[in-house]
Design a protein. Structure first.
Lengths: 239, 239
DNA sequence: TCAAAAGTGTTCGTCCTACACCCATGA
DNA sequence: TCATGGGTGTAGGACGAACACTTTTGA
């Protein structure tokens, strides 16, 4: 922790990469940008960019998120640090250390396509062939993390609009985990967890036309789930 | 993700910081180094250092760990990325982005005190007044993470020597969580989890002189715990 | 009147908790 | 023979899985 000569070491570029996930039509989608130049020209990549000199990684991530999605207000959106990728050869041109984030969005708008990227689009998770750089790995790590977080935290509401039905909340779990859940049990479990959701009095929504109107809920104040909402056990699930 | 001019942006220094935790005499201890120069001269700090040009953060962390602890072989030790700290003012002299790691050690040797640091010592967790920089926060984050990981993973064995008793394993949980656990139930829970521990046939150890000799176990091959080993519920536990 | 989706009730088994109790060792 | 820590047994309760059933809407 000494030897603080600013130029004694090779300078590193520091970037943020964003794994922005959302649910569209019951399927998990990822925000990706198409690369216009080498390396990986024509490949899809996670949105991201350089840290500005007076900016933390969290601020940079939120700024990039606003630029890429075109959302006016990203201050309330769920953004969380995933981990940092620092392998020396992860970018063939120079040494880039990247702090990766996951972001969860409800009902996203079409991305502006502006900002840095030539083209930004929502693509179904897993459909975009090999991504540029080590972004396949980052995206897979993000998916793993989200799946695990659903068990122990209330992040699922971050995928939902401000007011949502329990059926929509359950769809989040089923889509991310890729498993079906028993509706009555899911309902009881969620309602039994204080602070997970709170009812919107008197409100109801017709979901998809048919069927009984569903009561509406808002996200509660709790952030962690006790006890956890465990996914159906498959043996030897990865971390 | 364009504009890759290496000098278009202010260069960042990238470091690793290590929260090295261990158990000594039933209490959680942290490896700390004493700072010899400003800023924070005389304060304790987490060990750490700069990334070398051809080195990932993981490699740098393992190298620093070896240097600071004086251990000959750190290849098998548990090392895990915590998160990255990038607030612009976290070091008053220059812009330093630091990738923090947690390391768990069994029965550590006295640190060499060599390497970079003037003095390196094991201090009881929470006893070292305010640490330098944002290291208090990093250490607290590390403690939170470890506590949560004990519930869902097998990391507890990383605090234990290669062969250990179930009583020692239970002490890990009790020390990190700060709560007492029921011994019979803990035992059943651990043994019922396939791959958590495996018995060392015929071996036994006299623990502390008195009492019945305890059977010895080795760490198993599993990394995750299903179902999790939940700590006794206190309402509204932080993440 | 039927299909679809929301919501309620109930049963049954499993797991967790708690405590009582036995075993082997050193002092 | 007592204190100490390891190890086993067991009764009771809480919780979750599975599934039957009712309710309310649109077609």
């Amino acid at each position: 922790m000494q030897g603080y000569d600013k130029y004694a070491y090779e300078p590193f570029a520091v970037t943020v990469d964003l794994a922005v996930l959302t649910l569209r039509a019951g399927a998990l989608h990822v925000l990706l940008v198409e690369r216009g130049q080498e390396p990986y020209a024509g490949h899809w990549a996670l949105p991201g960019g350089f840290l500005l000199p007076e900016e933390s990684a969290e601020r940079a991530a939120r700024r990039e998120l606003a630029e890429e999605t075109g959302l006016a207000d990203v201050s309330g959106l769920h953004l969380e640090q995933l981990r940092t990728y620092s392998e020396p050869d992860r970018d063939p041109r120079m040494r880039v250390v990247s702090v990766a984030f996951t972001a969860l969005l409800p009902e996203p708008p079409e991305p502006r396509g502006g900002g840095d990227a030539a083209q930004a689009r929502w693509l179904p998770y897993g459909s975009a062939g090999p991504l540029a750089f080590d972004h396949d790995r980052i995206l897979a790590d993000a998916h793993d993390r989200i799946g695990a977080q659903l068990e122990n935290s209330c992040v699922a509401t971050a995928f939902c609009p401000p007011e949502f039905t329990l059926g929509e909340l359950q769809q989040v779990y089923e889509t991310v985990w890729g498993t079906a859940l028993d509706r009555p049990n899911f309902r009881r479990k969620v309602l039994a967890t204080p602070g997970f959701v709170e009812p919107v009095p008197g409100a109801a929504r017709l979901t998809g036309g048919r069927g009984k109107p569903a009561a509406l809920y808002r996200a509660g104040t709790a952030t962690t789930l006790h006890p956890p909402l465990l996914r159906p056990s498959r043996e030897g699930r990865p971390a």
